[in-house]
Design a protein around this ligand. Structure first.
Ligand SMILES: C[S@@+](CC[C@H](N)C(=O)[O-])C[C@H]1O[C@@H](n2cnc3c(N)ncnc32)[C@H](O)[C@@H]1O
Length: 268
């Protein structure tokens, strides 16, 4: 992915190009009409789409008439992959622009403080990224949770389930999914292993949205009371005690916090 592709993908997801093209089907939509729907002038819009089509995403069915193809359908706003693309081409991308100068900065370079990362310098924001998601821009916070689902669709759902012997664990085993986002991975585990109980812990805004995600995606698990939702700030609060396992995936800070505190021999 070069910077042109990242920037144009960001336009595609932000302006919901795939959603706007959907009703037109394979015949496609004339760029002037798409322009009215997006507020981007036709000439520039076609250039963005042409670059993406050149990479196999969207199709120019005749000059300046655009349609979705299999790849662009992944950018529909309902698709978790679309949130992943949004994350990678927005805050993650912005953070990358200051990485080099951050690593060599005399103060920020050696710092391991959560609020002294490359992203902080790029955004001129003094709190942590997680403060930003919870308190400044909750919509982006929810997009992060969606993006994690997209990431798992693309890469890891099955590998987690088959990489660990969840199926062999005894009935009533409790697994705390710490920093689990909406709990998309533990939902996958709970569905495949009906003997397990899940305790999902994440930040308050994420946990609030996680409940409806489970009610929709795994109503039987919710009905059977096999999932519990507990909001936490794991930097300042202790995770639910007494669980049999603590499952921590892609949450470096949680791993570090628990290691610092010690886990009394409970497996992570
Ligand atoms: C990169 S995501 C990983 C999500 C999921 N475990 C996965 O692998 O798909 C990191 C998660 O940690 C949560 N998180 C970060 N800081 C937190 C904190 N201080 N307390 C609770 N959750 C936190 C975020 O809300 C987010 O859902």
């Amino acid at each position: 992915m070069n910077h042109f592709t990242a920037s144009c993908l960001n336009v595609a997801v932000t302006s919901k190009l795939a959603d706007h093209l959907l009703p037109a089907g394979p015949q496609g939509l004339q760029v002037n009409k798409l322009s009215k729907l997006t507020g981007i002038i036709p000439n520039k819009l076609s250039r963005v789409l042409r670059l993406l089509a050149h990479k196999g995403c969207f199709k120019e069915v005749e000059p300046d008439v655009w349609a979705n193809n299999r790849l662009s359908m992944e950018l529909l706003s309902q698709q978790p992959t679309s949130a992943l693309v949004g994350l990678f081409t927005d805050e993650a991308y912005v953070a990358g622009t200051t990485l080099s100068s951050t690593l060599t900065d005399s103060h920020y370079g050696p710092s391991v403080q959560l609020n002294e990362a490359s992203w902080n310098r790029a955004m001129n924001f003094t709190g942590t990224l997680w403060d930003f998601y919870q308190n400044v821009d909750p919509a982006r916070g929810l997009r992060l949770a969606e993006a994690q689902i997209g990431y798992c669709h693309v890469l890891t759902f099955e590998s987690v389930l088959h990489g660990y012997p969840f199926k062999d664990l005894p009935t009533g085993t409790t697994i705390c999914d710490l920093g689990g986002g909406f709990g998309h991975v533990s939902m996958h585990i709970a569905k495949a292993c009906p003997q397990l109980r899940i305790i999902l812990q994440d930040q308050p805004g994420t946990i609030a949205a996680a409940k409806s995600y489970w009610e929709k995606g795994a109503p039987e698990v919710v009905r059977e009371g096999r999932v519990e939702f507990i909001a936490i700030d794991f930097i300042t609060q202790v995770p639910k005690q007494g669980c049999d396992y603590y499952f921590i995936k892609n949450v470096v800070t949680a791993r570090r916090t628990l290691s610092d505190r010690g886990t009394d021999g409970v497996p992570i």
